[in-house]
Design a binder for this molecule. Structure first.
Ligand code: SF4
Length: 99
């Protein structure tokens, strides 16, 4: 069984139970070969995006958040965010991106 997916069988929607909660600080910091940097549109615009958190505590009726994140918000630690910024600076010291 694949946890956390929803699918349809013979027009009946089925949902598997959610998987384990991911601790954001435990996700490996990405490694991106500098040769592939041009494949990412955000670099062309001179910016770089990092993910500091997932989810949202609010319940706007039109938003997927209530179903997908169950109104939970989880953030990375400040140390982790700074580590990622430092990692990016070490990988691409020559670029003109904005954090
Ligand atoms: S529930 Fe969705 S739309 Fe509402 S504040 Fe959160 S992310 Fe934004």
């Amino acid at each position: 069984m694949v946890f956390g997916i929803t699918y349809k069988v013979n027009d009946i929607v089925k949902s598997n139970p959610g998987g384990r909660k991911i601790v954001l600080d435990e996700i490996p910091i990405f490694t991106l070969p500098s040769a592939e940097i041009d494949k990412y549109p955000s670099f062309k615009s001179g910016s770089f995006h990092i993910q500091n958190s997932r989810g949202c505590p609010h319940k706007c009726g039109f938003c997927y958040n209530s179903t997908f994140n169950k109104n939970r918000w989880r953030g990375k630690s400040a140390k982790r965010v700074l580590d990622e910024i430092q990692h990016i600076n070490q990988l691409f010291p020559y670029s003109n991106y904005r954090l």
